[in-house]
Design a protein around this ligand. Structure first.
Ligand SMILES: [Zn+2]
Length: 254
């Protein structure tokens, strides 16, 4: 049963030593699809290059709220030429981060909204990053009815999840769900309809237990899948099947 890693960052320098060996090994480790997410203009170029090199790697490209203060409006517009690439499947990750606040909330919102406009115009799904910006994220997304997407490494409340479900969003869960103190996600994962759940590594970050603290890669996704299966009361195979089908449907990969 092949897993779908719906969110990874193989452009990260922590993969410089073994990127190609690692990616080449993924199909043999039961990872059949990876969406690699480029978060700024140079990350976007790398994401596209990796997607061109590996048939099972796809790209999402966008400007992360972390980079919103560093990019010019011209650079955001220039990214749009990449969206017609056949392996670019989403706009992301985009959103709001009020935990780090690398730049002003106003600039973050402006960059977020511009990219939602692009997604709406090109009919592409979005990958949303939201950290401690729950109310504003929901407000912005409500203004873009018709845009579909995924809340990556979802950290909001059950109430917010219900609102996002009404807008047609789906939810991706990372290695965080395997942590002992991650109790908040349990009722959310149990509540969500089976067609609204994806899994991801967000590698090199967020390695699941029992690998916590190590550099994460897509082969660790099986631990997150196993925990999801446990919470849902289904088999590993069923969890793998439903999360793979949901990711394929979201990204239009068949
Ligand atoms: Zn990410």
């Amino acid at each position: 049963m092949m897993l779908f890693d719906s969110h990874a960052h193989y452009e990260d320098e922590r993969f410089d030593c073994d990127r190609d060996a690692l990616l080449s090994s993924m199909p043999a480790q039961n990872v059949g699809w990876i969406v690699n997410v480029g978060c700024d203009p140079s990350g976007a170029q790398t994401a596209v290059r990796l997607a061109e090199r590996y048939p099972f790697v796809y790209a999402a490209i966008g400007v992360h709220p972390q980079s919103a203060g560093d990019v010019t409006d011209e650079q955001i517009i220039a990214l749009e030429t990449l969206y017609s690439h056949p392996k670019v499947v989403a706009v992301g990750e985009i959103g709001l981060d009020y935990y780090y606040e690398y730049t002003t909330r106003e600039r973050q919102k402006d960059v977020f909204i511009r990219q939602l406009e692009t997604a709406a115009r090109l009919n592409l799904p979005v990958c949303i990053h939201n950290r401690e910006a729950h109310a504003d994220t929901l407000d912005v997304l409500r203004a873009f009815r018709g845009v579909r997407g995924v809340l990556h490494s979802y950290s909001g409340s059950l109430e917010m999840a219900k609102e996002l479900l009404k807008l047609g969003y789906v939810f991706s869960f990372s290695g965080i769900i395997t942590f002992k103190n991650a109790k908040r996600c349990v009722p959310i994962i149990a509540y969500l309809p089976s067609d609204a759940i994806l899994i991801e590594t967000d590698c090199p970050y967020l390695a699941p237990e029992p690998m916590r603290g190590r550099r994460c890669d897509s082969s660790f996704l099986r631990y997150t899948c196993a925990r999801l299966a446990e919470i849902r009361g289904i088999s590993f195979e069923q969890a793998a099947e439903l999360t793979t089908q949901n990711a394929k449907r979201l990204y239009g990969i068949f």
